[in-house]
Design a protein around this ligand. Structure first.
Ligand code: C2E
Ligand code: MG
Ligand code: MG
Ligand code: MG
Length: 279
């Protein structure tokens, strides 16, 4: 009896695993053909905390579906990393971000664009060459692109990470540490990396003005980051109260729905123009 039950559990387990695998393979196949034709980059402003004026934009991947919905990056980035598709997709993102930065400058907005780079991409592609090529193709100025990395990228292979970061720096590319506070970085190790910007994860920014625990974490991250000479961006700013608290505590820049939702470049340029006219 027991053996039969066990067998059917295994059979059930097997078929769920294989249908999940089949589903993942189908999605991977769709991503492969979608890279050049279906993916889009959206852009979200990152603004000076003190006065809300724009400092840069972050490029965020969107995969629109026929029914008007989007598959969020959270649902396909991991799959792309697991299958290696992230290398082709990441290359596409770098080139499209460079194209967008050229359009932005041509529209009169000389703002850098920040590009998210995943750990797999960071260690398995020639990032320096890809950025170099994209900047040359669209004739971008030094400093026109930023790179956003996460702690897990940096801690995986510290020596190689540091070397790649230094080479990006030589090209004038600023480096941000994304989702800061959510990983397990060794703080003294971070000091030895050529970082320019820390982005405080939005989980610490939510309720910062009323939640004493988040407030003390943000104060600690601001003080640590500033003692390392870094610019600090708070992510996920949704209310004026959060922005006021952050500005009052010396946070340099803010990003979030309060300042603007991610949108296609033309819409972002339109909003920048409307806001500039209003002030
Ligand atoms: P991230 O780099 O930390 O990007 C910020 C995320 O927070 C974005 O989610 C953005 O839409 C969201 N966000 C911005 N402001 C607010 C706010 O006020 N409230 C809330 N609740 N959320 C806000 P998104 O676009 O879904 O991207 C999720 C993650 O996917 C990104 O996190 C990044 O890790 C990854 N990702 C996005 N685009 C790319 C890409 O081109 N390449 C790679 N490798 N990863 C990407
Ligand atoms: Mg990011
Ligand atoms: Mg982030
Ligand atoms: Mg985040």
């Amino acid at each position: 009896h027991a053996a039969r039950d066990e067998g059917s559990v295994i059979a059930w387990y097997d078929s769920t695993v294989s249908s999940r695998l089949a589903e993942r393979l189908r999605l991977a196949g769709r991503i492969h053909t979608a890279i050049d034709s279906e993916f889009q980059l959206y852009f979200q402003p990152i603004c000076h905390a003190a006065d809300g004026t724009p400092a840069s934009l972050e490029a965020l991947l969107r995969w629109p579906q026929a029914d008007g919905s989007f598959i969020p990056p959270g649902e396909f980035i991991q799959l792309c990393e697991d299958t290696g598709l992230i290398l082709a997709l990441g290359r596409w993102v770098i080139r499209e971000a460079a194209r967008a930065q050229r359009q932005l400058v041509d529209a009169g907005w000389d703002l850098p664009i920040a590009v998210n780079v995943s750990a797999v991409q960071f260690f398995n592609s020639d990032l320096v060459a890809e950025f170099n090529r994209a900047c040359q193709e669209f004739n971008l100025a030094r400093g026109a692109l930023h790179v956003e990395l996460t702690e897990s990228s940096l801690m995986r292979k510290p020596a190689q990470a540091k070397q790649t970061m230094q080479r990006l720096h030589e090209q004038g590319i600023c480096i941000s540490l994304d989702d800061f506070g959510t990983g397990y970085s060794n703080m003294s190790y971070l000091q030895h990396l050529p970082l320019d910007i820390l982005k405080i994860d939005r989980s610490f920014v939510a309720d910062v003005e009323i939640n004493p625990r988040n407030a003390s974490i943000c104060r600690a991250l601001l003080s640590l980051g500033h003692s390392m000479g870094l610019t600090i961006i708070a992510e996920g700013v949704e209310t004026p109260g959060q922005q006021q608290w952050l500005a009052a505590h010396g946070c340099d820049q803010v990003q979030g729905f309060l300042l603007g939702r991610p949108a296609p470049l033309a819409d972002v340029i339109g909003r920048l123009e409307t806001e500039a006219e209003a002030t």
